[in-house]
Write a protein that binds this ligand. Sequence first.
Ligand code: ADP
Ligand code: MG
Length: 376
Amino acid sequence: MDPVSKETVLQQFHDTYGYPATGVWAAPGRVNLIGEHTDYNNGLCLPVALEQRTLVAAALRSDRTVRVHSRQSDETYSGSVGDIAAGWAAYPTAVVWSLAREGLPLEGIDLAVDSSVPVGAGLSSSAALTCSVALAVNDLHGSPFSRDQLVKMCIRAENEGVGAPTGGMDQTIALFARPSTALLLDCQDGSTEPIPFDLHNAGFELIVIDTRVKHSLADGQYGLRRSQCVDAAQALGVDSLREATVDQAESLSDPILRARARHVVAEIARTRQAAELLRNSRFSDVGTLFDNSHASLCDDFEVSCEELDVAVAAARRGGAIGARMTGGGFGGSAIALVPVGRGAEVTASVGREFAARGWRAPHFLTAVAGGSATRL
Ligand code: ADP
Ligand code: MG
C-alpha cells in the first residue's frame, strides 16, 4: 500500500466522490507511557502522541447527506445528517451527530479517511478518527468550538454515539499533544501538564509491540474492573480510589478488591514518579517503573494475557531496560524502553518467542512523540 499522505488522501477523495476535497486534517494515535486503568479512578496517566495518524479529506455538502469512505475498511457509507451508522462508520457519523447537537449548522459532508495508526491495537485509532473528523468539521464551519469543547464532543461521540466506553485520555492527547512531549493528564479535573520526552537525545527509543491479538473477554472484563474499583472505593468510604492510600488499600478484607485497589493506588503513584523522573531525564529509572507497572497489571489487576507477558519478557531479555503492556489489556500492544542501537535485538527476541509458540508475528513500530491534530 502507498504510505499515507495528504496527496494520497486527496486522490482517494477524488476517486470516491468525483470532485476535489476542500482540505485535509490529521489527528495522531497515542501510546500511554504509564498510568493504566487509572483514568476512571480519577487518577493520572501519561500519554504521548504518535507520528502515526489518521488523515481525513473533507468537503461540505448542502443536501443533508453524509458520506464517509475509509481506505482501511474499503467501504463508503452514505446516510443523512444526524444518523449514526453501524460498524466502523459509527465513529465519524457520531462525531457529526455530537457537533450538530451542540448547535453546529451542518448541512452535509463528504469524508475520505486514511490512517497509519494500527486499527484496534490499543493505539487509539478510534480517537485519531473522531478527532480528525471533529477538527475538519469544526474548521469548515469557521471553528466555533475550542479544542477543549471538541475533546468533550469526541468523548460523547464514542461513549453515547458508538457505545464504546472511553475515558478522556485518547481525545485529550490527540488534540493537545506537542512534539517531543508527553502529557501528564489528571483525570480528576481534566488538567494537563506537558512533560519533556526527548527520548532520542537521551539515548533511548520506545518500541511498540502490537501483539495483533484481542481476546474476546476484554469488554466484559473492562466493565468488571470498573465496578470493582467503584466497590473498593465505596468500601473505603472515598469518592474514588484517587483518594485512597496504600494502607487503606491493604486494609480491604476482600482479596480481589484489595488487589484491584493496590494496583490503582500504586499505579497513580508510579505515574507521578515517572513524570518527575522524565523532568530530570532519568530514563533508566522510568524503565523500572514500566516493569513494576506491568507486574501490577498482571498480578493485581489481572488484565494482561500470555501474549503480552511473553512480549514484555522477551523485550527485556533482548535488551529493553523496562517494558509493560499498554492500553486496556487482554491483547493489544506492549511498549519497551530500549537503548538506541538495541532495537533490532529487542524485536528479534520478541519475534522469536512468538514464532516458537506458533503465534502470528507481532508488528513493531517506533514511537516518536508527535504533535496534535492539525490541518495539513
Ligand atoms: P483503538 O482505538 O485502540 O485502535 P478501538 O476498538 O477503540 O481500538 O477502535 C477501533 C475501531 O475504530 C475499529 O474497529 C473501527 O471501527 C474504527 N476505526 C478506527 N480507525 C479507522 C479507520 N481508519 N477506518 C475505519 N474505521 C476505523
Ligand atoms: Mg479506541
